[in-house]
Design a protein around this ligand. Structure first.
Ligand code: C2O
Ligand code: CU
Length: 473
């Protein structure tokens, strides 16, 4: 098709522009949004495409960007204009338990037409997000998710900051969402993967253009809000300098591939040092079917600078309670299930239990520390009790042939070991990806009292049994 590059940039330029503001100027961060209203809505995922039906917050997918400064408090009324019960969970924010937004555990579900006031402090700066925690395998991919950014007291110097919520959607030719949520085939396999990748609610691909200026430094906050899709990102022609995982500062380091599982975040600094007029791709290489996410297109403007900005990239760390491995108690969690590999789920009365039996009896495709007594246990009853203030190592043993991004509410943990090897520089995370048959050790101080969900962020897996409650008391 004979469209000029200029027209192409014009038509695509707005697609990535969820936020472009200049923290160099130290703009006041407080988000003035007072209400989050969940309701059915429609929007086109690309120019000229038929409209797609979503459930969105405040009429858009993603929902509004909530932006605060560290130490500020959030006060928001959630209004439920859906025909389903719901609530809002603040992924990664160390809230008090009553504000965690988990129906039947920390609050009653918000009925259709009802509302709920969330009020909590923001102890940590970082990149967080929000989404419902009820039927999340359906409500999240329908479009209920948004970013929550907490600025550092002293933000690092960049020219521009962008927030990209990565997701996907399963749509038919008519543009409508295929409403096949919660199929056992998805639950017991890789989860429900959409056929269109979205960046900030618009179709990803080479046509998804980010126009950059030669010399500029961009801070890119990436959030994987997909229900099941894991991304492995590569950016041609540029270093991806990671400065934070899950919102928590890490020693800045360049990576060639960036793996982001559902629920996970990464903050990148990208120095755009290529020539005016040039063009580069960001690709997802995780699945065979994956492809380009976005194009970086250099405008013709005179370079902003010839050498990369020299300002430090290192973020000031948040104050998190440091686990002491010498006095930590060890707890084991063993994961079993899935439709490939390990067909048994432990031994009961001397007989192996086959996964299909559990599936038939209880609809469970996955188990954590399976025992006969747990067979009937609900996910909302604690399966692990921790003393308040306890230093803990969780050894997570993945006996399945699948990848699982495991998330703990209310706390951050350090990833201290992988397959029995100690990590030299254990990073803080709230969600860690376990590879097939991998063992991951995480350490933390259980300092936040309450009942906290611990689950796989492949939301179909969570619904199929990979979810439990950890009580800190
Ligand atoms: Cu982002 Cu329990 O979830
Ligand atoms: Cu999983």
């Amino acid at each position: 098709m004979g469209i000029s590059r200029r027209q192409f940039i014009k038509s695509a330029a707005s697609s990535l522009g969820l936020v472009a503001l200049s923290p160099r100027l130290g703009v006041a961060a407080t988000s003035r949004i007072a209400t989050l209203r969940a309701a059915p809505m429609e929007q086109s995922i690309r120019a000229g495409a038929p409209r797609t039906n979503f459930w969105g917050f405040n009429g858009s997918v993603p929902g509004p960007l909530l932006r605060y400064r560290k130490g500020e408090s959030v006060r928001l009324t959630f209004q439920n204009a859906l025909e389903a019960e719901s609530a809002v969970h603040w992924h990664g924010v160390r809230v008090s338990n009553a504000m965690d937004g988990v129906p039947y555990v920390t609050q009653n579900p918000v009925k259709p037409g009802g509302d709920f006031v969330y009020e909590f402090a923001l102890p940590d700066s970082g990149t967080f997000w929000y989404h419902p925690h009820q039927s999340s395998f359906e409500q999240v991919p329908r479009g209920l998710y948004g970013a929550l950014i907490v600025e550092e007291e002293h933000p690092i110097e960049v020219d521009r900051e962008l927030v990209w919520l990565l997701s996907d959607v399963r749509v038919g030719e008519d543009g409508l969402q295929v409403e096949d949520f919660g199929r056992i085939l998805d639950i017991a396999n890789d989860g429900r993967i959409g056929n269109e990748v979205l960046v900030n609610g618009r179709a990803a691909g080479a046509g998804n253009v980010l126009e950059v200026r030669s010399g500029e430094r961009i801070r890119l906050r990436l959030i994987n809000a997909a229900a099941a899709r894991v991304f492995q990102l590569e950016l041609h022609g540029h270093a991806m300098n990671v400065i934070a995982y899950d919102g928590q500062a890490v020693e800045p380091h360049a990576v060639e591939h960036l793996i982001i599982g559902p629920g996970m975040r990464a903050d990148l600094v990208v120095d755009c040092m290529q020539a005016p007029g040039s063009r580069f791709l960001m690709n997802d290489t995780h699945r065979r079917s994956a492809g380009p996410i976005a194009s970086l297109v250099y405008g013709d403007a005179r370079p902003l600078r010839r050498k990369p900005l020299g300002a430090p990239m290192r973020l000031a760390p948040n104050r998190l309670p440091e686990p002491d491995l010498a006095k930590a108690t060890e707890h084991y969690i063993m994961f079993q299930g899935g439709m490939r590999g390990a067909p048994t789920m432990g031994i009961v009365d001397g007989k192996p239990v086959r996964s299909h039996e559990l599936m038939e009896r209880h609809g469970l495709a996955w188990t954590m520390n399976y025992t006969a007594e747990h067979e009937h246990a609900l996910m909302h009853e604690p399966f692990l009790h921790l003393r308040r203030g306890e230093h803990v190592v969780l050894r997570m043993i993945n006996e399945t042939d699948f990848v699982h991004p495991m998330h703990l509410h209310g706390h951050f943990f350090r990833v201290v070991g992988v397959d029995g090897r100690k990590e030299a520089r254990p990073v803080w995370r709230d969600t860690v990806i376990m590879g097939p048959r991998q063992t991951i050790d995480v350490a933390f101080v259980a300092d936040n009292p309450g009942d906290w969900m611990y689950h796989c962020h492949i939301l179909d897996h969570a619904a199929g049994g990979m979810m439990g409650t950890i009580r800190v008391a």
